[in-house]
Design a protein. Structure first.
Length: 226
């Protein structure tokens, strides 16, 4: 069917919007699979615990490879089978996050190298549409400072979700890091306007949800008429 992703820096509200989109799609009778990155498979969830654990000191290259390993497993074990079954797949983050966080934020690779790696890891799979919630690093930091959240983001299905207020390992990366990540996301939207739709992350949650829903509805209509 279709594969869509929602991106943005930590604190932009992407997980909330992903859940709202999934709920709306299900209400409209669509068969939906929802995944988050890293995660979605047993292996990927194990990798996630390592990547977010502030007790681990992980150098940039191992971090990149761990994210990529989690994604490769998710694509082959879950996303491709779901698409083959005609389902709508919604993913909270995909390879754009690797480009922004590891490629630019960590400064580990030039755009061509990271793009080639991402394509190989995803086996050539490309989202049909990506909504980018664009928010300044400063505002995102303020949002993160104000919230309490489950240890592994906001998915209610996991038993490990004791509330925490301390930042995870990625969130401890510092203001300059997040400035680079935010800039990288905006550059991705400029480079791929046919796929990436940039939305103002400062808009209300309802306004963003309505805009994303209209885009998803139009995309489904196009696919049905193709």
């Amino acid at each position: 069917m279709i594969f869509v992703t929602i991106e943005g820096i930590d604190g932009a509200g992407k997980s909330t919007q992903a859940r709202r989109l999934v709920s709306r799609l299900e209400d409209e009778g669509h068969d939906v699979e929802f995944f988050r990155e890293p995660g979605g498979t047993r292996l990927s969830e194990r990798i996630r615990t390592i990547l977010l654990d502030s007790d681990f000191a992980i150098d940039p290259l191992p971090e990149l490879l761990l994210f990529s390993a989690a994604r490769a497993q998710l694509v082959e074990e879950c996303i491709r089978p779901a698409l083959a079954d005609g389902k709508v797949v919604v993913c909270d983050r995909f390879y754009d996050s690797t480009t922004a966080y590891q490629g630019v934020g960590r400064g580990i690779a030039d755009p061509d190298w990271i793009s080639s790696l991402n394509a190989r890891v995803a086996g050539g799979l490309r989202p049909d549409r990506t909504w980018l919630l664009s928010l300044s690093a400063e505002e995102a930091l303020q949002r993160r400072a104000q919230r309490s959240k489950p240890l592994f983001d906001d998915l209610p299905v996991l038993p490990e979700q004791a509330l925490r207020t301390e930042p995870d390992r990625m969130e401890q990366s510092g203001q300059a890091f997040y400035d680079r990540v935010a800039k990288a996301f905006d550059e991705l939207a400029t480079a791929e306007p046919d796929r990436v739709v940039r939305l103002d992350g400062a808009l209300s949650e309802d306004d963003l949800a309505d805009t994303i829903w209209r885009g998803a509805r139009d995309l489904l209509a196009e696919r049905a008429g193709a």
